[in-house]
Design a protein around this ligand. Structure first.
Ligand SMILES: Nc1ncnc2c1ncn2[C@@H]1O[C@H](COP(=O)(O)OP(=O)(O)OP(=O)(O)O)[C@@H](O)[C@H]1O
Ligand SMILES: [Mg+2]
Length: 457
């Protein structure tokens, strides 16, 4: 049994179509125009829509585009007037599954509906299989259809056929590690190890032994012989995470190995050579690190044969929608109720700057899943949960600002901040700002003097 949405402004057609589809055992939702149809599509998640192109209020083709934007996986069969072939072509281009000409043949409609449902089922299966396969390989799918993500995917594909070293840059939480794992998984080394080294977490004194291994007794704590990460990664990929945090001394050692792909364990004379593909990542601005003398330029060129930059989420807001859908599906797969986010909610999410990037968005969606029981999450709920997260995130900032003050001092500092804000909003127009703050202009004037607030330019 499937849920099928029928959008048609002719009551006669609606009931006939409903009857034959219900005879087939399906659940049928009816809408007399596209606006109602779009609403039902979001709330009731039909598997298939049958859409008339001639509709009042919003035309069928616009509705089709909107449907595909909101739920790309929804199959849509479009009903066109007789002989309007270019309409049909446009519908197919917009992603319609099929088109049927009026006058409607019920046989034709049933066949098309059956095919569409079957294809939809196959697509779903295929997607589940793909996700399961990715999970088996321990790699989450890389979500996002922005041009930036498409570019990254194509770089990953190109890199799959070579052993070129790759340096991945991008802010915290943008998905650098995930990109690194995809590079490994799509390469010929996929069934060999992916070994990760967090360069920021290893103290300098241990770095050499960590990377190159040691013989027993090589130093005080070396109670047994140990292989380093370069060795463990033989045949596979070594991921040097936070590479810009390596000390200059450590950089020199890594550089030497990258040049020769040979090294010795600590306490051993024997040279070991390995076949390792190196992928590195950093959230620092590596050019600035080089300019400041904190990162060796020669090492940079060794690492960044192919540079991949993962832009911040706010620079590819289109991905927010895809990611929200993905995280909701993930929550649903883990047992949470199936949810959708209302258009207003999505708008809020897309407008947000996401300083913590994809990681912050993922955490937010997790919170949302436990803090709301709406099937269609309203804009108000999104705003509420965003607000709560926001306060938590600002805590360190607030502590830094007010931490050492007593209440009276903190209150004054807050009053000053608040008035500066209001003044800025009103372009330093005192009567306007006073009105916005709900005090008298002379009162505001006195406070401006007291706090020594000056107009910024
Ligand atoms: N495009 C994406 N599709 C799906 N999940 C993503 C995507 N990008 C990031 N994530 C998820 O967001 C989280 C953070 O990603 P990841 O750890 O790769 O970021 P990072 O850039 O290495 O962060 P950091 O700089 O803090 O180390 C992970 O759970 C990851 O699976
Ligand atoms: Mg990381």
């Amino acid at each position: 049994m499937a849920t099928i949405l029928v959008i048609d402004d002719e009551p006669g057609i609606r009931t006939t179509v409903r009857d034959i589809l219900e005879d087939e055992g399906h659940r049928v939702l009816l809408a007399e125009d596209a606006i109602l149809g779009l609403e039902l599509m979001t709330t009731d998640r039909p598997d298939l829509a049958i859409l008339d192109v001639w509709l009042p209020r919003m035309g069928g083709l616009d509705a089709l585009a909107e449907m595909k934007r909101r739920r790309p996986e929804l199959e849509v069969v479009v009903v066109t007037g007789h002989g309007t072939i270019d309409m049909a072509v446009r519908a197919l281009k917009l992603g319609a599954f099929d088109f049927i000409e009026k006058p409607l043949s019920m046989d034709r409609l049933l066949t098309s509906a059956r095919n569409a449902l079957e294809i939809g089922e196959l697509r779903r299966e295929n997607r589940n299989l793909k996700q399961a396969a990715a999970k088996l390989a321990g790699v989450e799918p890389l979500i996002g259809s922005s041009p930036a993500m498409a570019e990254i995917r194509s770089l990953i594909d190109q890199a799959a056929g070579s052993d070129a070293r790759i340096l991945i840059t991008g802010e915290n939480g943008t998905g650098k590690e995930l990109v690194a794992r995809h590079i490994h998984r799509s390469s010929r080394r996929a069934d060999r190890p992916f070994v990760e080294v967090n360069c920021a977490a290893i103290p300098d004194t241990l770095l050499e032994s960590e990377l190159f291994g040691h013989e027993r007794g090589a130093f005080t704590d070396a109670i047994s012989r140990r292989a380093g990460r370069f060795e463990t990664a033989d045949g596979g990929t070594l991921f040097l995470d936070e590479v810009a945090d390596l000390s200059l001394a450590a950089q020199a050692k890594v550089l030497r190995v990258l040049q020769e792909m040979r090294f010795e364990r600590l306490g051993s004379e024997k040279t070991i050579s390995v076949d390792v593909r190196v992928v590195a990542a950093t959230n620092k601005n590596i050019r600035a690190e080089i300019a400041a003398g904190r990162f060796r330029e020669d090492l940079y060129f060794r690492l960044a044969v192919v540079p991949i930059h993962v832009p911040a989420l706010r620079e590819r807001r289109g991905d927010v929608l895809d990611l929200c859908r993905f995280f909701l599906e993930k929550a649903a797969a883990a047992g949470a109720p199936v949810r959708e986010i209302s258009a207003e909610g999505l708008e809020l999410l897309c407008a947000r700057d996401w300083q913590g990037n994809v990681r912050e968005l993922a955490n937010f969606m997790e919170r949302l899943a436990v803090m709301s029981d709406e099937r269609l999450v309203s804009g108000a709920t999104v705003a509420r949960v965003l607000g709560e997260g926001g306060i938590r995130r600002q805590e360190p900032e607030l502590r830094a600002r007010y931490g050492k003050l007593n209440l009276a001092e903190a209150r004054e500092l807050f009053e000053r901040d608040y008035l500066v804000q209001k003044l800025r909003e009103c372009a330093y127009n005192i009567p306007k700002a006073a009105e916005a703050a709900g005090i008298s202009p002379s009162g505001l004037h006195a406070k401006v003097k007291k706090y020594g607030i000056e107009q910024e330019r």
